[in-house]
Design a protein around this ligand. Structure first.
Ligand code: PGA
Length: 241
């Protein structure tokens, strides 16, 4: 594990941008996989600016970690987030854009389809945010480390976070997610986890100070040989050392 300690959210966004842009510059055919939410919003803005200033994304494959079950139309959907924050703002589009289909009704065949995409395009970089309970994607505490992609029932804390982030009514807040499991997450050549803010401090403390266990989903990443953890000062505020 490589830990990169940054000052604050802006520095975290700069660092993420540097890592992804460098990856693209070194290998224009990179397969990049993103996540959505509060953590990557600052990075997404910088990344779009950089691509529009001439970094070639036209040969890249761009994927996503997870997606809410329901409809793409939902304001919280990963589809909407990616198109509103990134794809609609790019002058040139990636060669391939894919993600779980929020509208899919046959979960098993959608999971199989996306797993085939992931096998066809081995990821160079997978970005992850850290949940306040240390979840990654929708792999909530207690999820088996043996798990492949599945439809997860979100924990109430995750449902509340989604509702607050998107200012949704209770009825409109999705409660299930398609998610890569630990298997697909670990298959990426490089996994980058980012955490900013005091709300993540307890999860960061548990991740760094406790053993690898299913109660702390992100702890499993410590087994990945190319795991980068970008964390800011507030998120480190509960560390003993
Ligand atoms: P956030 O969410 O980036 O919106 O903080 C991370 C997560 O809960 O997975």
């Amino acid at each position: 594990m490589k830990i990169i300690k940054v000052k604050d959210y802006n520095e975290m966004s700069d660092k993420l941008n540097e890592l992804f842009v460098t990856q693209l510059q070194n290998k224009p055919t990179s397969v990049l996989s993103f996540t959505t939410g509060g953590t990557p919003a600052g990075f997404a803005k910088l990344f779009v600016e950089e691509i529009n200033q001439g970094v070639d994304i036209s040969q890249a494959v761009c994927l996503n970690l997870d997606e809410y079950v329901g409809t793409k139309e939902n304001p919280a959907s990963v589809y909407n987030w990616m198109y509103n924050h990134v794809y609609n703002k790019l002058n040139a589009k990636p060669k391939i854009i894919d993600m779980f289909d929020a509208d899919a009704k046959d979960f098993a065949s959608e999971i199989k389809r996306y797993q085939t995409v992931l096998e066809t395009y081995p990821r160079d970089m997978q970005l992850l945010g850290l949940g306040t309970n240390a979840h990654i994607g929708a792999n909530e505490p207690g999820t088996s480390f043996e798990t492949g992609a599945f439809v997860a029932d979100c924990f109430q804390s995750t449902i509340d976070a989604t509702q607050n982030l998107f200012n949704l009514s209770m009825e409109d807040t999705p409660i299930q997610m398609f998610t890569m499991g630990f298997k697909e997450i670990m298959d990426a050549k490089c996994v980058i986890l980012a955490a900013s803010g005091k709300s993540k401090a307890n999860a960061v403390k548990r991740l760094l100070e406790e053993d690898i266990k299913e109660d702390i989903p992100a702890s499993y990443l410590k087994n990945h040989e190319n795991f980068i953890f970008i964390v800011d000062e507030d998120a480190c505020s509960l560390l003993s050392d």
